[in-house]
Write a protein that binds this ligand. Sequence first.
Ligand code: HEM
Length: 451
Amino acid sequence: MTLPPKPVARPDKVSLWRYLRLFRQDILAAQPARLYHAWMAEFRTPFFRSFLVNDPALLREVLKDNPDAYPKSDRIGAGLRPLLGNSVFLTNGAQWRAQRRIIDPAFEGGRLRDTFPGIVAAGQAGCDRFAAMADDTPRAIDAAASHIAADVIFRTLFSLPIEDETAAEVYHRFQAYQQAQPILNLAAFLPRLRWMPAFFRPGVRGQARAIRRLIADLTQARLDQIAAGIAPDDLATKIMTTADPETGKTFTKGEMVDQVAIFFLAGHETSASALAWALYLLATHPDWQDKVAAEAATFEARFSDLSRLATTRDVFREALRLYPPVPMMVRQASQPTIFRSRRVPAGAQIVLSPWHLHRHDRIWDAPDAFDPARWQDDATKTAQRDGYLPFSAGPRMCSGAGFAMIEGVVLLAQLVGRFRFAPVAGQVPVPAAHLTVRARDGIMLRITPRD
Ligand code: HEM
């Protein structure tokens, strides 16, 4: 059986400048193949020192046992701050903790049930759009997946469909922003040197300002509705009316704009990437597609139906393993320490790579194969515990993880229940890390109605 696509790794030894050039093209292809086997790798250059960590014990130390000693690297912020301000994705320490105290209750188990109708409605609208594309000609599936995921976020956050004028403009401007700002990857790994102020390509700051203005309008409108007692009971209202239990403070309008920007960005790009790859994997594994379709036939869009979608959930988990939407995360050592007998200086970049971990050949059996059945196999329980971080782990874990797992399973069931997906001969997508793991030239599939 052919394996799902994987980028060709670079040769083991390349010059620094070649490395930087590769990095700029694509962070995944810039790495050597040994990272799928090593527990740790050190990168030493004249400008920076970083450690890529695959060792489960070290991952636990950085993410769970001692996270305050490894704050988020401020280099990520260099690329994202014009758009995200001081959003929860970028902050550290007391400010981050206070933000999570307000945000987390909106995503608690009980509340997730309230977001379910918005997810189903977006999936239904997506199916209607797919019906118009289901004529067996090659279609760009990733663009269609982005459209659905953006719709999910607007419906659940602001009770607005993506066709709403402001929502649609935010969505289109975000797409332009991402195309203009792919260099973000490199910025994350390099110190912010004075001669390198232009991480921003022309137009990026202007796009960020325009997006924030639109989000500010939505936030103000919601503040007015809350004051008038007519606000819908959605994620935005929940977050804007929740007070920090320690200080009694709610988010100011400016703080809320920061959070909405990250919910939109973190919440739709990631889910869209996962959905598009899951559909590609099902298109290339028709036996699994039939199993998902059979399960989907039992789905009547009730929250309680979710427990019956076990195979669909395993397919989605396996898609997140092979194509983790967030391929790498960066932390910074706040003090000197020792990792696997190596000295790690203060300020070193610690790179955690779901991409490599999820395909690590000492953790997973058949790491590059698509095998959703592994999720029911007791023999892989250790791998699932030690080698699977699609949503990160510990206190900084993705706030939307529970939400995203419901969303992914529902959308897959709705789409595969109604349509058959098939690959396009000769068009194998090449994974590449942009803001999330996408295909270099898109993912093309043929869609036909399932009868
Ligand atoms: C398949 C979908 C998703 C994946 C794979 C994903 C993955 C991740 C990962 C790996 C992180 C940690 C990043 C880091 O530490 O550098 C993260 C953080 C975050 N995600 Fe998600 N995410 C997804 C969907 C969502 C959704 C739907 C939302 C909100 C509606 C969301 C909101 C956030 C937020 C707010 C953070 C920052 C948390 C913090 O730093 O405290 N994500 N996500």
